[in-house]
Structure formats: C-alpha cells, structure tokens
Design a binder for this molecule. Sequence first.
Ligand code: HEC
Length: 738
Amino acid sequence: MSDEDAPEELTVPEPADKTEAAGRTTRRRTVRRLSIAGVAVGLAAVGGFAYTQLKPVVDAQRYATVTYEVPTAPKLTPTAGETLLRVDPTRSSLTYEVDEELGGRKTGTAKGTTSGIAGDVALNQADLARTRMGRIVVNIEQFESDNNLRDARIRQDFLQSNEYPLATFDLDKITGLTGEVEEGKTYEFTIDGKVTVKGKPATVTWDATARWEGGELVATATTVAKLSRFDAGPISIAGLVQTRDDVKLTLKLTAVDPSTTDVATAVEREARQERTGTGVPSYVGDIEPILERNCVSCHQSGQFGAHTLTLDDAGDAKAVSDGIKTVTQVGYMPPWFASDKGVDLAHKPDISDEEIASLAAWAEAGAPLDVPATTKLEPTREAAELLPRQDQKMFIPSYTGSADVSNDYRCFVLEPEIAESMFMTGYTFLGDQVAQLHHAQVFHISGEQRENVRSKEGADGSPGWSCYSSPSLPGRPPDRDPGEPRHRDVGFAGQANLVAGWVPGQSPVIFPENAGFLMDPGDALVLQIHYHYGDEPVADRSGLAIQLTPDTPDIREMRVVNPLAPVEVPCLPEDADAPLCDRDAAMEENVRLYGPSGAGTQNGLLMLCGRTPDELAATFDGRFARSWCDLVVPEDGVITGVLGHMHTIGSTLRMTLDADTPAEQILLDIPDWSFDWQMNYALAKPLRVKAGQPLRLECSWDRAKAAGREPKYIMFAEGTEDEMCFATYSLIPDRQDR
Ligand code: HEC
C-alpha cells in the first residue's frame, strides 16, 4: 500500500531544494544511478536543521527503517494580542509531485508524502498582517511514495535524507493578509521565505490559503520549484526513467493551541499490508531462486551493481520489491543490449514472463517473507562462476583532475609484483568515483617500459601522466605477445597490448576457454582512465583486481583485437554557420584539446579504412550518420568474446565476419545503443576464424541525441562529446609461441 494509505496524511515534507546545481553540466553519470522507475525525487524540502538533529533509527546501512518521531522546532513566545498555535503533525503533511517519463513519454506522476513536521505560528487576531511564523521543520526522511525503491533512493541519493533528515522553512514575509481575523473565512495570500535542504538555502514563494475556525488554523500552501535548483534532478536513470525538472510541493498544516490540546510527538504509520495465500508467490519457493539466478551475481555486496542496489538478503529484496517489479517488467533488468541477429552469446538472461509476473505479484502482495529477513541471497553456482577471483588488487594513488580539462585521460602504472610468470585470466575494474569515469583501458607493459615511464609519472605535480589516445611508452613491449605478425589489422598502434577495459555497465570478466595474458616478473599494467567531469572533480582511487593463474601447458594466450572505424557526423543544415560546424575548425579544436591524436586518429582511420570524409558525411540524412571499416582477422584462432564502444550519440553498432557473402556471420549486433550499458559479451561457443578473413565494423550515430549541445562537426576523438566507432574481440591464436 502506498503512502496514501498511511494514516491520516502524514506529515509534511517539503520542498526540496537542491540548490547548487547551477552551472553544472549534465551529470548524467551521477544521475543515472538514481532511481528507477520512478524516481522521483524530489523534493522537497528543506533542510535545515540546525538544531535538534533528530537522528533517526536507520537500519544498519541502506534501506532505512525510519522512525516517525516528529522533529523539534524552535518555540515562539506569544506577546500581547498573539495566539500561540503549534503544528499538529497528525493532521499536517508535505507532498511532492513530479512528472515522470519513460522513453520520452509522460507515464505518470511520482508522489510522496512525509510526516514529521513541527513549527509554531503566533496569530495576531486583531491585525493579521503582524502574524508571525517560527521556523517550520520537516523530517524529509519520512517521505513515502508508492514505490519503496524510489523512497530508498531519495533517502540515499537525491535528498541524502539519511544524512540530512531535516528540512526547514524560514519565513521572510507574508503578503496579502490584512485586517482582523474572521471565524470561518478563507484567506488567500503569499508566503516568501527560505527553504533549506541538505544545508543549502533557496528562496521560495508559496501560494497559500488559510482558515481560522473553532480555535484551529488550517492552511494549505503550494509552490512549484525546480529540482535542478536543489541539485536533485531532473533525474534520468540509464535511459529508462526521466523526470521533469518541475516539482510541485503542497504543504498542508493544521495548527492548534498547545495550551489546550496535546500536540503529538510521533506520527504513526501503518505498515504496508502483506497478503499471503493463494496467488501470492512464496519468497523462498519462487522469488529467491529467480533473484539468485538472475540478479545476485551483480547486486551482492562488492559486485558492480551493488553501488546502486544491494541484494544480500531477503530483507534487502523486500525493501525494494516495487523496484524489482518495475525493472523486470520493463526489461531493464537483467541488462542485455545485443540482438539475436548475431552468433549465440553466453549468459543471455533467461528470466521468463512467468517469473517476471511472480516478482510483480509478490511485490503487489507487500513482499511477504516466509524466511527471516536476514536469510542470505547467494548467486547460483552458474551465476557465481561468472565472477573472477580477485587474487591481486591494485589501486591508483588518489587523483583529482581539474574542471578545466573536462575530458581528462590519465594513465597510472599498476604493478602486480609477481615472483614468477603468471597468466592474467580475469579482471574486475574497481571503480571508485564512477560518476566521473567514462571508460578505462588496461595495457600490458614490459619491465623496460615500466622503467621508461618513471620520468613522466607525477611530472605535472599529480599522480600518473596525461595520456590521450595511448600510454605511448618507449621501450620494448612485453615478450609475450602471441601470434604473428603483430596487430597488422589494427593500424592503430596505441591499442597494442590492450588486455582489459571497463566501460559503464560492464561486469567483471573471466576470459573464456582457459585463456589469458602471460605476464613475466617485472611486467606491469597501465591503467588509462578517461575522466569526464560535469561537476567539480572529486578525488578518485579506482583500481583493478586481477585473477592470476599459474602457467600450465593447457592454458592459452589470448589477445584483444581492436577494430575501429572513422567518424564523420556533420552538423544539421541550420547550424552550418556555427564555428565548430566547419570540419577543419572542429579538427583544430580537437588538436587543441587532445594534442596530435585529436586529428591523427581520425586521419589514420580514414586512410586505413580507405574512406574519405565526403563519402562518410554523405551518409548523413539529417539525423543519422554511419561509418564502417573493412578489416581482416590477423591470424588463425578462435574468437571468444566481443564488445562495442561508442559515446553518447551512438545509435547502432555491428561487427560482421564475411559481410555481404553467403558465409556472413554477425559477431555482435547492438540495435539500440546505450552508453550506460556497454557490456562484454562472451560467445556461447568459440568461433573459428582464419587469418585474412574479412571483418567489418559499422556504427551509426543519432544527431538528435546531441540536441541542446553546442553544435560541432563530430569526428573520432577522445572527448565524451566526440565519438568513436570502436570494438574489441578476444582472439586465442592457434599459434602459441610458448
Ligand atoms: C550484469 C549485472 C546485472 C544483473 C545480472 C542485474 N543487474 Fe540490476 N543493475 C546493474 C547495474 C550495474 C545497475 C546500475 C545501473 C546504473 O547505475 O544506472 C543496476 C540497477 C538496478 C536497479 C535500479 C536501481 C536504481 O535505483 O536505479 C534495480 C532495481 C535492479 N538493478 C534490479 C535488478 C534485478 C531485480 C535483477 C535480476 C532480475 C538485476 N538487477 C540484474 C547490474 C545488474
């Protein structure tokens, strides 16, 4: 049941504020984690709390159980002619309403209400204009909506009300209220004042009505605020849910004379009702197995989906049951973006419609548990096998970029310090400030290269070094580089010895088929991180955990091959006069931002692929542009995994063997690109390929996704606002030199 069922209109929350968003750029990565389905956000209010900071009983970590105690507000002392009135929380409420969209269409209004509101009014019955109002304090942690995941998210992220449970309103002036009070008359007026949320104040004007009757003051005040002003939105989650920026706040107050009426200090809230019995799935019999097979490998503590949602035990699942229902119904979870056109891929989610219906029925029944809430969720064995061991964890030194360089490519050396040769057979990227990470790549370097980089490290006063395009290290590359000739298909030396990567939405990797990269003692890894700052940069300590396997005869060396294609996305005709819509000017700008690679990569790819800018620009139909490159497989072997990478205006990506021939086989087809979900896909069966076999990479981009940005002719370059047509495949060469 929803908040609406809660007893007598809970208390009031208030408008939230998120000030401080001003001046930020999109923050999509931050925001995308927010909520889900509904997400709402918002709201509300206020925050303050400068004094009695009521520390609510928060369930250990995350999805808080909140108390419903009413906060304390400063008390007014009435002077002659004033009647002291105190807010009665059992008959007062603050509600937020925000429109939500799914896929660009408005799908509903998220609405949440809170209890726990306190404050005094000193009514001047003879001269209403002299009425005073004390600070109004609202417990916004108590916001409750019809979706428990949304509520948890608001507490944890948007409003951070776990940390800042109180919002405040301080009156500045009341306009339009004059004369003597008349019993039973409804007055209309406006209230100006300061709303404080998370300690940040914003000025707000409320339209209010009030009536004095039977010794009680009953008032309603509404205002429309911008989520962005409160740094609370608009919210967009992984392309799934999007809220509008406007949030409507409604404050309903009933104030009574505290000398004659007891004012409640706690508000009761009915627990959600639970149903069990016919038609209601059993947690242990139905729900737990679905979660353990499909969800827990990513969502248990320490795994990469856990920063958004942790599913460690039955109580966690219950706490976000509405969210589980929503994400599975819309097909957002478990995540999967490849179409069925390509070769068979491993680990495709197999959650059935019946299972999705069970999750929904369970949530609708109030998520009853037939086991203790502390009963652990464990991934099934098959799901657990997808998780690599973290035999060795390495972290970069704490690094803080500069807001002046919004696309910051930084390289750091990680030293595995192995005493004998070992295979790296899997890895987990340990993202720290994920909101500012665009991608990471890991390169294998030799001991000699490691020595040669010492002079660069820290030379500009910060850890690591700036490294657009590639780490470019002098010295002999690592000995162990299987197959020959080296990388002749790639034409892009920067990507030689690429052994691992991370992009948003990507899970840890175990290389299939007992394969890996052989590392000798003294060898090292270079972690190249592309930071993209919308906000002020925050210190980052990301890292990498690797699974290490001793060198035995049955293990095989693999390599990552990295097909690329050039990018030419012209501006819309109406923007043709914008300065960066001139291709040469855009390229000069890229060189200014990223150094020689700002032009070099695109020019090199045009040459490698035998394409001209005009030819590719001619594919632009006013919205979509496409590009492709015909390459060849470098050597005989088997392909075991594939991945695609584009930036934010990517639309489709496809990698095909023997394109346009009867033998054509699609390796990876992503029909609807999402920057947030760039997954590594393992092939269900290794696919045999021959040296020289044609391999085509094609991409398309949707200019409409760049709406609102400064117009620019887009080419292959390093910025998040530039684009790439980039794929990798893991190849185990037949020829193993060891
Ligand atoms: C391959 C790993 C993976 C699997 C499998 C997976 N998830 Fe997720 N899930 C994620 C990641 C990563 C996110 C965070 C996405 C983001 O940051 O936008 C997420 C987000 C979510 C959210 C949104 C939380 C929020 O408030 O934004 C919910 C709910 C969720 N997952 C539930 C599930 C359920 C239920 C299942 C199983 C049916 C499942 N997930 C399977 C990785 C996974």
